[in-house]
Write a new protein. Structure first.
Length: 147
């Protein structure tokens, strides 16, 4: 009985984490696509990536949508967690680099959560990064049950 409860609890936890990450990626991608021109302009203002702004304006929301879709395929959930971890890590490291290495820091207006400061955005990203890692780390037995 206790073993069954642990499996259900782990599965429920993994599903909740999946739901939160799907929500994050869809919300972020749709926001970028609905305000595509603003997103593209903001990317052009960012240090280090302005040259690639036009490509990234399409690539970033596309990747976010793809990651969200991966969660719907049980056999690809680990890849979805890995991709979520990687993208959140890239976003977080980039923000930290801009804050510490750049003379010009663009506003975070119209971002995923426009009311957050950059430091709060880093904490938000780290929170979701921990969730993505937790979803990935849940026992291999549980991943077998998901499939």
């Amino acid at each position: 009985m206790m073993k069954t409860f642990k499996i259900i609890n782990r599965k429920t936890s993994r599903e909740l984490i999946s739901f939160l990450l799907i929500t994050l990626w869809i919300y972020a991608a749709v926001g970028k696509l609905l305000q595509f021109e603003n997103f593209q302009i903001r990317l052009r203002q960012f240090p280090f990536i302005s040259t690639y702004a036009d490509l990234l304006a399409w690539l970033v929301p596309g990747v976010e949508i793809m990651i969200a879709l991966l969660f719907f395929f049980p056999r690809l959930k680990d890849e979805a967690y890995l991709a979520s971890t990687a993208l959140l890590l890239v976003f977080t490291v980039y923000i930290i680099a801009v804050l510490n290495l750049s003379d010009s820091i663009p506003c975070s207006c119209n971002g995923v959560l426009p009311s957050l400061s950059w430091k709060e955005h880093i904490l938000f990203n780290v929170g979701f990064l921990v969730l993505a890692l937790a979803g990935l780390v849940i026992s291999p037995k549980q991943r077998k049950y998901d499939q």
